[in-house]
Write a protein that binds this ligand. Structure first.
Ligand SMILES: Nc1ncnc2c1ncn2[C@@H]1O[C@H](COP(=O)(O)OP(=O)(O)O)[C@@H](O)[C@H]1O
Ligand SMILES: [Mg+2]
Length: 226
């Protein structure tokens, strides 16, 4: 699976004095391939989430293109794009996102339940929860989890559909070093088993897991030579 960005750019409207627009991401070219873990670092506000959201099909770019294999994803209507996202990509969003009234297991099953009418793959979800080390918490509510446990749940949820591409936005924010290592090594394993992994972080922890490190600064993406 190959994800390719061409001249990908995002302007946000801004009622400033000098201009009505603020360019959060300057034209970016980027290719991410199967089995590879790419890390994008950069200060807060440098445009990392904006770039990741465009790459993952969540945010319409101002100009430029994102192709997933041969499909230009923003040429699709929203519904088709959502289906493609569900089928081919996994997302670990910034912050702790979950439906708090559902159990941990039900949250992990959500990507399936939202788009399919068949019996949800509970066995696979349990296997994933076991893999991320929180199987014994599957019947708890997410509100009862610690920060590290919450992130592990998010990893399991993102892996449920066996995605070709895994996007993670600051998945280790607020975690201690032990949980940070646990989450990063799970993402590394996903890459080793064939997924393309794109990880955005303002911390340095991820560097040693990465095949490639890029840096964002003021909306520009720089290749840091690995
Ligand atoms: N929806 C939005 N509307 C206007 N400005 C935005 C929006 N989202 C992000 N920005 C601005 O774009 C810049 C980059 O933001 P972001 O991509 O979230 O950075 P990062 O993830 O690196 O912290 C920031 O200056 C932010 O204020
Ligand atoms: Mg961000």
């Amino acid at each position: 699976m190959i994800l390719k960005a061409t001249e990908l750019k995002k302007d946000f409207p801004r009622s400033g004095k000098s201009s009505n627009f603020f360019t959060a991401v300057q034209p970016v070219d980027l290719t991410v391939s199967s089995g590879e873990m790419t890390v994008i670092t950069g200060k807060s506000g440098s445009g990392k989430s904006t770039l990741l959201n465009m790459l993952s099909g969540m945010l319409q770019p101002t100009s430029g293109k994102v192709t997933l294999d041969e499909t230009d994803i923003y040429s699709l209507d929203e519904k088709t794009r959502a289906l493609l996202r569900n089928e081919k990509t996994g997302l670990i969003p910034q912050g702790n996102t979950a439906l708090l009234s559902l159990s941990v297991l039900e949250n992990v099953l959500l990507p399936f339940v939202l788009y399919h009418k068949e019996e949800p793959p509970a066995a696979r979800a349990k296997e994933l929860l076991d893999k991320v080390g929180i199987a014994e918490l599957m019947n708890e509510k997410p509100g009862e989890l610690s920060g590290g446990e919450f992130r592990r749940m998010a990893v399991a949820r993102a892996l449920l559909m066996n995605p070709g591409i895994l996007f993670a936005d600051e998945p280790t924010a607020g975690l201690d070093s032990e949980n940070t290592e646990a989450v990063l090594s799970l993402l590394r394993k996903a890459a080793d088993s064939g997924a393309a992994v794109l990880l955005v972080t303002h911390e340095d922890d991820a560097a040693k897991y990465a095949d490639r490190i890029l840096t964002m600064d003021g909306g520009r993406l720089f290749d840091t030579g690995r």
